[in-house]
Design a protein around this ligand. Structure first.
Ligand code: SF4
Length: 303
C-alpha cells in the first residue's frame, strides 16, 4: 500500500520560488559535483562543444565498471546460481583491461577484484530480490530536474515499524580508499537518490548505504525528512549557480569569469588536464594506475 505523501520533495518549502516557475534545468549529481570540483572542468565536460578530448580511461575506473557490472549481472542469474564464486566468475568474464601498466598488472587486479567481489557477497549475502539494479531515478524540484542511477534499490522491513517496508539506496564503492565514517551521511548524490526514490515509488526512503567491495564494509546512514530537504535545497542552490554560469558561458564563451580554473592537487588526476595550463602547474600527471597502488587518490574521482 502506498505511503502517505510525506516525502521531502512535497514538503520542501525552501525550494518554492515566487512567480512563474523557471524553465527546468536538467542535471545529474555528477554534473553538480563537477561544478563544485572545478568550474573549468565542468565547462570542459558539459559546455564546450565539441567536447575537448578527455584522457584515456584510468585503471581504477575500468576496475570499478567491471565490478559494478558483475554485481548487476549477478542478479540476473538463476537464484540457485547466485553464489560468491559466480560473482568472481562474472568479474573475470567481463573484465575491462584498460589503463593498467601491462597485461600482468591487469591480470593481477582482475584476480584481486574477483576475490574481493566474492568475499564481499560472502560477508553480505543479500536475501531478497532487489527492487532494482542500476535503476534510473529522477525527481523534479522547482526549476530543477535531477536524474541519476542507483546501483541497487532494496525493500527492507522497517526497524521502527515492523511489518512495513521501506526502500534502501545501496551504492557500491570499489576504490582502495577506506570509507570515512561520514561518507554516507554527507553524500549529496545518495541523499538525492533517496529523495527521488521516495517520490517515484511513494514509499519511505531514508536509509542510504555505501558497500565497500574491497573490504566488505557497509556504511549506513538514516536521513530524516529534514536532512533530505536540506540536501535538496543544497542541490537547487548549486543548480542556481550553474544556471548563471551557463548563461555567462552563452554570452562570453571560454572567457566567462564564472568558469575559471580551480587548481588543486586534483589537477594531477583531471581528465582534461592536457587542455588546462593552470592545472599543469600543479605537478606531474598521475599514472593511469596510480589510484590502485595507493589509497590517497581523490575520493570524488574514484569509482
Ligand atoms: S586541470 Fe585542474 S584547474 Fe584545470 S580543469 Fe582540471 S581540475 Fe580544473
Amino acid at each position: 500500500m502506498a505511503e502517505p505523501a510525506a516525502d521531502p520533495v512535497a514538503g520542501s518549502s525552501a525550494l518554492e520560488l515566487p512567480g512563474m516557475p523557471p524553465r527546468l534545468y536538467l542535471a545529474s549529481p555528477s554534473r553538480l559535483l563537477s561544478w563544485l570540483t572545478c568550474p573549468r572542468q565542468y565547462r570542459f565536460a558539459y559546455l564546450d562543444r565539441p567536447r575537448p578530448t578527455a584522457r584515456p580511461q584510468r585503471a581504477h575506473t575500468s576496475l570499478g565498471i567491471s565490478v559494478h557490472n558483475a554485481l548487476r549481472d549477478w542478479w540476473t542469474l538463476d537464484p540457485a546460481r547466485r553464489t560468491p564464486g559466480e560473482a568472481a566468475a562474472l568479474v573475470r568474464s567481463g573484465w575491462i583491461p584498460v589503463g593498467y601498466r601491462d597485461e600482468g598488472h591487469s591480470a593481477h587486479w582482475r584476480e584481486r577484484a574477483a576475490a574481493e567481489a566474492a568475499a564481499y557477497l560472502a560477508a553480505n549475502p543479500p536475501t531478497d530480490e532487489p527492487v532494482g539494479t542500476e535503476r534510473t531515478v529522477a525527481v523534479k524540484l522547482d526549476g530543477l530536474a535531477l536524474t541519476g542511477r542507483v546501483d541497487r534499490l532494496d525493500a527492507r522491513l522497517r526497524t521502527d515499524d515492523p511489518g512495513r517496508y521501506e526502500l534502501v539506496v545501496v551504492d557500491y564503492k570499489t576504490s582502495r580508499r577506506p570509507l570515512h565514517p561520514d561518507d554516507a551521511r554527507t553524500s549529496l548524490p545518495l541523499a538525492l537518490y533517496a529523495a527521488a526514490v521516495w517520490r517515484m515509488f511513494r514509499r519511505r526512503c531514508v536509509r542510504v548505504e555505501l558497500h565497500h567491495v574491497p573490504t566488505g564494509a557497509v556504511l549506513a546512514h538514516e536521513h530524516t525528512e529534514e536532512s533530505l530537504r536540506r540536501k535538496l535545497a543544497e542541490a537547487t542552490s548549486i543548480a542556481s549557480d550553474l544556471r548563471k554560469a551557463d548563461a555567462q558561458y552563452a554570452e562570453q564563451g571560454v572567457d566567462a569569469p564564472l568558469l575559471g580554473p580551480s587548481p588543486s592537487p586534483l589537477c594531477r588526476w583531471c581528465d582534461y588536464r592536457a587542455h588546462c595550463p593552470d592545472g599543469q602547474q600543479m605537478g606531474p600527471e598521475q599514472s593511469s594506475w596510480a589510484a590502485l597502488d595507493s589509497d590517497d587518490a581523490p575520493a570524488s574521482w574514484e569509482e
